[in-house]
Design a protein around this ligand. Structure first.
Ligand code: ADP
Ligand code: ASP
Ligand code: MG
Length: 443
């Protein structure tokens, strides 16, 4: 079978949905299993509605307007997703009653984007002569832990998904399954975190034995940089799992960072393609990557990053200093991306504020803590920095010419990435200057 995942933009406007149908029709011989996201903007709208509900206002009308606009474009009525829209209003009402959007209720609200999407996409496929069925992932075995907002599929999901998806494929209709969501063992709805439909697709594809996992999106593959920042960015035809993982982890939104794990475990290639240009081969991500690749490969960046510095002369060379700091972060579930140390200080970046306040209060007991907000993390991925030693000096020369200060620096032991933090206001300039230096062009 062939797992095909379509992201928010691919199910978010009528022309793209029509393309999706033709792409799936063209793949029928491969026994496609389709995973879809919520239509673009809908997850953001749902999260906003949850916040408003916590302040006492229950209003699902912006989501309803967006969704019915899509339905009407294909001649369908609200009735197709009435149960989901009603479920959404009920969840918002629960939030309003408590005056608090708990992570659990927020996940329940967010889940409706994908639950509406599968019903819509399956109906359009069927109407266009490609018989399809719709499924909520938790009904086909996607069981997760209870870390609402970033849940992990449990190991037992694999066998359950394999069996259920196998049966659906055998039925001869195209199954359309929700990305992004699951349920705990005791039946509470969870989400896998923003952008999590890619991860769902990889988990489902690996469980069901897909020969390749296709991620259909709005750009022709993984590119040398985010084309929204660098219009000259080019598609990278072949990437290794390691290179793709670094890029995704350091901000290339085109792929959820965890997507690669299930694929790596089973050696399944992941292909990223453009719904508006189906004949473009896009990017294929394989275990080996491109053995002929040399020098810089791509530049990823992540905005809104916070740097935490802990300075402690008392702790100079003391054993257990780093362990104490990271134990605090771990307990508060704060994810640390980059770390850089000097004799008396530790600096690290975190990409979310969740849990940070509590962690900072505790860190103040270990050393002097300072925080820099609104930073941009820039990551250059290269094919072997040790064998291509010219890459690093070119990075610093390019940034130096632009007068951009590097505030924190880290080079992974994997020797395929150099990551740095620059002031947020210069983030885009840094990415463009590096792209110009490393790949040429007029960016
Ligand atoms: P989808 O809705 O299909 O999941 P996303 O918006 O999550 O799509 O991801 C696609 C977007 O990722 C692109 O529109 C692009 O702006 C962004 N992006 C960031 N870095 C890269 C990169 N290196 N290559 C391609 N796209 C990138
Ligand atoms: N709809 C979810 C989000 O916007 C998941 C996804 O699109 O991958 O984050
Ligand atoms: Mg995405």
């Amino acid at each position: 079978m062939r797992l095909m995942k379509f992201g928010g933009t691919s199910v978010g406007d009528p022309a793209r949905v029509s393309n999706l149908c033709e792409i799936v029709r063209g793949a029928l011989a491969l026994q496609p299993v389709v995973v879809v996201s919520a239509a673009s903007k809908v997850t953001d709208m749902l999260l906003t509605a949850a916040r408003h509900a916590a302040a006492g206002t229950v209003d699902a009308s912006p989501i309803e307007a967006r969704v019915t606009g899509l339905l009407h474009a294909f001649g369908f009525e609200r009735a197709l997703v009435a149960a989901e829209l009603d479920g959404l209003t009920a969840a918002l009402t629960q939030i309003a009653a408590r005056r608090e959007a708990t992570t659990e209720l927020t996940d329940l609200v967010a889940s409706y984007g994908e639950r509406i999407s599968v019903r819509f996409v399956a109906a359009v496929l069927t109407a266009k002569g490609v018989p399809a069925t719709h499924h909520d992932a938790f009904d086909v075995g996607m069981t997760t832990d209870d870390h609402f907002g970033g849940a992990e599929p449990l190991p037992e999901s694999e066998a359950a998904l394999r069996e259920a998806v196998g049966a659906l494929v055998a039925s001869g209709k195209v199954p359309v399954i929700t990305g992004f969501i699951g349920k705990t063992r005791d039946g509470r709805v969870t989400t896998l975190g923003r952008g999590g439909s890619d991860y769902s697709a990889a988990v489902l594809g690996a469980a069901a034995g897909s020969d390749e996992i296709e991620i259909w999106t709005d750009v022709p593959g993984v590119m040398s940089s985010d084309p929204r920042v660098v219009p000259e960015a080019h598609t990278i035809p072949v990437l290794s799992f390691d290179e793709a993982a670094e890029l995704a982890y350091f901000g290339a939104k085109v792929l959820h960072p965890k997507t690669i794990h299930p694929a790596v475990r089973q050696g399944i290639p992941v292909r990223v393609k453009n719904t508006f240009e189906p004949s473009h081969p896009g990017t294929v991500i394989t275990a080996q990557g491109d053995p002929g690749a040399r020098g810089a490969r791509a530049i990823a960046h992540k905005k809104g990053v916070t740097v935490v510095n802990v300075v402690s002369t008392r702790m100079l060379l003391a054993h257990g200093f780093l362990a104490r700091i990271f134990e605090v972060f771990a307990r508060h579930r704060v994810v640390v991306d980059l770390v850089s140390t000097s004799e008396v200080s530790v600096s690290c970046t975190v990409d979310r504020e969740d849990g940070l306040d509590g962690a900072l209060r505790e860190l103040a007991g270990i050393g002097e803590v300072s925080v820099q907000r609104d930073r941009t993390l820039v990551c250059v991925v290269a094919a072997g920095l040790f064998v291509n030693p010219e890459v690093c000096p070119r990075i610093f020369a390019a940034l130096g010419r632009e007068g951009i200060a590097v505030e924190l620096l880290s080079m992974g032991a994997s020797a395929i990435n150099v990551s740095m933090v620059v002031p947020g206001a210069r983030g885009d300039d840094a990415v463009r200057a590096l792209h110009r230096e490393l790949f040429g062009g007029a960016a």
